[in-house]
Design a protein around this ligand. Structure first.
Ligand SMILES: [Zn+2]
Length: 272
């Protein structure tokens, strides 16, 4: 079955991973801009990073028949530096013309600080002004519930971004309900230990249904697995769920969300 990995950091992965993704049936990936594992020292470093995401990475993916999409922003961790963040935000519009850009992301909160909230809101303003989709990173572990609440409130307060144009990512059992209730799409990140396992994600689909729910690997430079989405598909199959339901979560849903992007043009390899 073809699938989409809607959150994966391919610049951190070797080319063999693209080949593996293609073998497993992955036809498209979307790569949110994120933290590089260290704080970058200048806006010029982000300029190069955005070029990598919009020019180089789509070509590397295309060698294996995988469509590469991306999201642009300064991540929540580096958003602590407000002046650098503003320089980066000012640079984003020039890249919004690139055909593989889906919107603004992964913006959000990390430690739920005032500076992070300020920059999150400024990204939302940018997205509203340019009518862009938004992909939101929610904080880890103990900060997640409070951070998710703050994020949902801020998106609502801005008011000019329809809820169905926002995906709230890294949801878990205690945050999926509020994000869906607010009208957003949600992403469950499948990590070997933290975030959701494929089993927990399958439990959540059984409890909440498949509407507006996506799963992703968020594979990056840390401990993570590009085969996480197929692992979820296997778990669902072993539980006796229909191919139609599985396909909805791993293909139809991310595609329906992406297709709201005004720049979306071509169908994926299977014509959808
Ligand atoms: Zn990420």
């Amino acid at each position: 079955m073809n699938y989409i990995d809607p959150h994966i950091h391919m610049i951190s992965r070797v080319t063999d991973d693209y080949e593996k993704l293609a073998h497993m049936g992955c036809v498209a990936v979307s790569e949110p801009a994120f933290w590089a594992g260290f704080d970058r020292g200048s806006a010029a470093a982000f300029h190069d990073y955005f070029r990598q995401l919009t020019e180089y990475e789509p070509k590397r993916a295309a060698q294996f028949g995988v469509r590469h999409f991306c999201w642009l922003c300064i991540n929540a961790k580096e958003a602590e530096n407000v002046s650098l963040s503003r320089e980066v935000i000012a640079m984003i519009p020039e890249f919004l013309k690139a055909p593989n850009v889906l919107g603004i992301g992964e913006i959000g909160l990390n430690k739920n600080t005032a500076n992070e909230a300020t920059i999150f809101q400024e990204h939302l303003e940018l997205a509203a002004r340019h009518e862009e989709l938004v992909l939101v990173h929610t904080p880890h572990l103990q900060d997640k519930y409070k951070g998710t609440r703050m994020i949902l409130d801020m998106v609502k307060e801005i008011g000019r971004i329809p809820p169905e144009r926002v995906i709230i990512d890294h949801v878990e059992e205690h945050t999926v309900g509020p994000a869906l209730a607010a009208g957003h799409w949600v992403g469950m990140t499948l990590y070997p230990t933290t975030k959701c396992t494929p089993q927990r994600a399958a439990d959540i689909v059984e409890r909440y249904g498949a509407e507006r729910i996506c799963v992703n690997s968020a594979a990056d430079w840390g401990v993570s697995s590009p085969s996480a989405v197929p692992a979820f598909m296997l778990e669902m199959r072993l539980r006796g769920h229909s191919e139609e339901l599985i396909r909805r979560v791993v293909y139809d849903n991310p595609l329906a969300f992406f297709k709201q992007c005004a720049r979306w043009k071509d169908a994926l390899p299977d014509g959808r």
